[in-house]
Ligand binder design. Structure first.
Ligand SMILES: Cc1cc2nc3c(=O)[nH]c(=O)nc-3n(C[C@H](O)[C@H](O)[C@H](O)COP(=O)(O)OP(=O)(O)OC[C@H]3O[C@@H](n4cnc5c(N)ncnc54)[C@H](O)[C@@H]3O)c2cc1C
Length: 491
């Protein structure tokens, strides 16, 4: 018999409460100490703000943990002091910025200390240095809107509700073909190391290895309290330097879209051309239905037909193409702010012949059809990583991902479970594992840590993996972070 939704939730909350009481003992002392130092608005153990933080993560699976306290830092010093005590007391911890991690446990913690950056949301543009400074609590929609009147933007993501944790995974945006992964535009990072030391890392100072490791090393290398990034001159809202938008397609367009995407990845070399292809499956009235979409943006007055002609010639359901500002582009897919659904990501990376992309489509469609009753929807999306993006990262001192030469598509699979369902069946878990085997990354290609499953071990697919391991051993010699915080495996 299938359990009803309230039963599933009650069961999971019970499990979560048991885990909480196991871990909360040591953390209670640490939290009490921090509370007496900073007061109970900065360190909270209960109350409306505490509850809203712990229940507001994007994935329902990350709303079930109960930290012993939530620390709401106002500055880097608060993080330093707290980290020193967490390190001394050997307490579990987690960090939450935009809360969009699809990995359970990466942005919340049971019975430990959760850092929530909701009071550190400043963004500033310095026109002399041409640098934008971001505090970690800002979301992309807010950051882009705040500096748009100066005609600049920070490189972030493609949906407005997502936060700065994206940068630590690398970051894919419509600007990527021209400028690299979003992290490639880092200029200076303030980082609180596991033992509470605060350092400023740049490409050329004594922390240059840490600086590079943070371009893809996710939450493993410290807590970033300030990002200074190169400003991209994207124009103001009125300038509308792009042309493009969203096209929606009917079910039968899937194969043609995959063909067109594979060809785009192989043949397009123009850094002004961005594309995102998304195939979306849901079950309505017992039948698997699919809607597909692309967003395409070209930095220029129109969409060149030699680049986008295939997409424009596939019969579509609706389109909203036109002149666009950068903020229009980032708003094209909406905020991505839905809450209340359990989420899981998986990833792949594909290069080469169209047949590999079509294989992926067939396996994904088959998976979606088998498990759709348990799911609200599934989607598979392709982001082209052009050679120009790889080169841009190298020119700026290399990131930790450092893909090999040659264009490829970063692939994400997303499962969104039914609203309120907090556990997934064993069959579905097995199905996900099989899917990852059926659609492996092409040899040598990196997975994107922000959009893959922890079991896929994205770090091990990076060209910079050995570098990442060495750098981790240097900055966290007691391996505190990997023992006391959830995050990517492999270090
Ligand atoms: C709807 C949606 C759209 C997305 N679109 C894109 C996209 O266009 N491009 C793209 O590249 N990715 C995209 N992603 C994936 C995204 O990169 C990851 O989900 C990313 O982890 C989100 O960052 P966050 O700050 O919102 O999430 P969080 O869950 O708050 O943070 C993510 C991870 O980073 C850690 N972290 C956050 N801040 C810090 C810090 N200051 N110091 C140390 N560790 C920290 C957290 O502990 C967590 O492990 C999308 C995800 C979703 C759900």
């Amino acid at each position: 018999m299938k359990p009803s939704l309230p039963h599933v939730l009650t069961f999971c909350l019970a499990v979560s409460t048991q885990a909480y009481s196991r871990h909360s003992g040591k953390a209670s002392k640490t939290c009490a100490g921090l509370q007496s130092k900073f007061g109970d608005s900065i360190v909270q153990t209960a109350g409306a703000e505490y509850l809203s933080t712990v229940s507001n993560a994007w994935s329902l699976f990350n709303t079930l943990q109960r930290p012993t306290c939530v620390m709401y830092p106002r500055n880097a010093n608060h993080v330093q002091v707290a980290m020193r005590e967490i390190y001394r007391d050997k307490v579990r911890y987690a960090v939450q910025a935009g809360s969009h991690s699809g990995m359970t446990g990466w942005n919340n913690v049971d019975g430990g200390v959760l850092f929530a950056f909701s009071h550190m949301k400043d963004v500033k543009y310095n026109s002399t240095s041409d640098i934008i400074t971001l505090q970690p609590g800002i979301r992309w929609g807010e950051a882009i809107a705040a500096v748009e009147s100066y005609g600049v933007a920070p490189m972030g993501g493609r949906l407005t509700d997502v936060g700065t944790g994206l940068l630590l995974g690398g970051g894919l945006s419509y600007l990527a073909p021209e400028y690299g992964f979003s992290a490639d535009l880092f200029k200076e990072l303030d980082v609180v190391l596991v033992d509470g030391d605060l350092v400023t890392a740049t490409a050329t100072n004594r922390y240059s290895d840490l600086f590079r490791a943070l371009k893809g090393g996710a939450n493993r290398f410290g807590i970033v309290t300030r990002y200074a990034v190169e400003a991209v001159h994207t124009g103001t809202k009125e300038d509308k330097l792009w042309f493009g938008g969203l096209i929606l397609y009917p079910e039968e367009a899937a194969e043609a879209l995959v063909n067109a995407t594979a060809k785009f990845v192989r043949s397009v070399t123009e850094p002004k051309a961005a594309l995102f292809t998304c195939l979306f499956y849901a079950k309505t009235g017992g039948v698997l239905t699919d809607t597909h979409l692309v967003t395409l943006f070209y930095r220029g007055p129109s969409l060149p037909l030699d680049i986008y002609g295939d997409f424009l010639s596939i019969p579509f359901t609706s389109q909203s193409l036109g002149p666009a500002s950068y903020s229009d582009a980032v708003n094209a897919l909406g905020p991505g702010a839905d809450r209340g659904f359990g989420q899981n990501f998986g990833g792949s990376a594909i290069a080469g012949p169209t047949s590999r992309y079509l294989d992926a489509l067939n396996h994904f469609k088959n998976y979606s059809s088998i498990f759709q009753d348990e799911l609200d929807h599934t989607l598979m999306a392709f982001t082209p990583i052009l050679q120009s993006q790889i080169n841009a990262g190298r020119t700026r001192g290399r990131n930790a991902i450092d893909p090999p030469d040659g264009p490829y598509a970063a692939v994400v699979f997303q499962d969104q479970y039914k609203q309120g369902v907090a556990r997934i069946s064993q069959e579905l878990q097995d199905g996900r594992k099989l899917l990852f085997k059926q659609i492996p990354p092409s040899p040598g290609l990196p997975l994107y840590v922000g959009e893959s499953d922890a079991t896929q071990n994205a770090f091990a697919t990076y060209s910079g993996y050995e570098f990442l391991k060495r750098t981790y051993a240097k900055y966290d010699p007691t391996r505190f972070n990997v023992q006391y915080a959830d995050g990517p495996p492999g270090l």
